[in-house]
Design a protein around this ligand. Structure first.
Ligand SMILES: Cc1cc2nc3c(=O)[nH]c(=O)nc-3n(C[C@H](O)[C@H](O)[C@H](O)COP(=O)(O)O)c2cc1C
Length: 197
């Protein structure tokens, strides 16, 4: 089985729901399995420690999850047009993997959620690609052969799946956004399997 890591950070649940859809797409491909992982919050309050494991949902990622995966889908909410600090903090701890080229040649894709429609989906997605490129990962977008990319009235970009969650973070994931999340996971798994042949 090829193991595809779906690594995300989510506070309000939008990116978590997207991650589950990406994982659904991965698992539609025979021979591929999705491994869902999240990362802890970071705090500038000295002495405030995160629990060793989350109360519910996906376990926290460890470096070996990255090392063992055949490909990576990385998901973050937009934070001022950029990826969220907890995810960046986790990636900043991957220097030893980078030194060994442990992720070089593995396919990767990115996804995000924003409160406002033009609140920085593309910039966030590109910000997430940068460390993956430094690792030598093969960063994939979404092709316009995916019909929802032209039809969407909400999220969905050629840089990766996205969701317009609204100011209350309460907009349901639209049909087009959903289809693009699933397509992205499926595509990642298909390419990973081709590369591992
Ligand atoms: C500190 C902070 C910065 C944010 N910056 C943006 C932003 O630049 N653009 C935007 O549209 N939404 C912004 N948001 C909103 C979140 O990106 C949005 O609610 C997202 O859907 C949350 O995902 P989640 O439910 O998985 O946590 C910001 C939220 C916070 C807390």
């Amino acid at each position: 089985m090829a193991s595809l890591l779906v690594l995300y950070y989510s506070v309000g649940g939008s990116v978590r729901r997207m991650a589950e859809l990406v994982a659904e797409g991965v698992e539609r491909v025979p021979g591929a399995e999705a491994v869902l992982r999240t990362v802890p919050k970071v705090s500038t309050n000295i002495g405030v420690l995160e629990k060793a494991a989350p109360d519910a949902g996906s376990p926290y990622a460890e470096l070996k999850d990255l090392e063992n995966c055949a490909g990576l889908a990385l998901g973050s909410p937009t934070r001022f047009g950029n990826m969220a600090a907890p995810l960046k903090h986790f990636l900043d701890g991957t220097g030893l993997l980078w030194q060994r080229g442990a992720l070089a040649g593995k396919p990767a894709c990115v996804f995000t959620s924003t409160a406002s429609l033009h609140g920085g989906q593309e910039t966030t997605l590109v910000s997430m690609m940068l460390p993956l490129l430094h690792h030598g990962m093969l960063v994939m977008g979404l092709p316009y052969t995916q019909p929802e990319l032209n039809a969407t009235r909400f999220g969905g970009t050629p840089y990766g799946a996205s969701h317009f969650a609204g100011m209350g973070d309460d907009q349901p994931i639209s049909d087009a956004e959903r289809a693009l999340c699933v397509a992205q996971g499926k595509r990642l798994a298909e390419i990973a399997l081709q590369l591992t042949k």
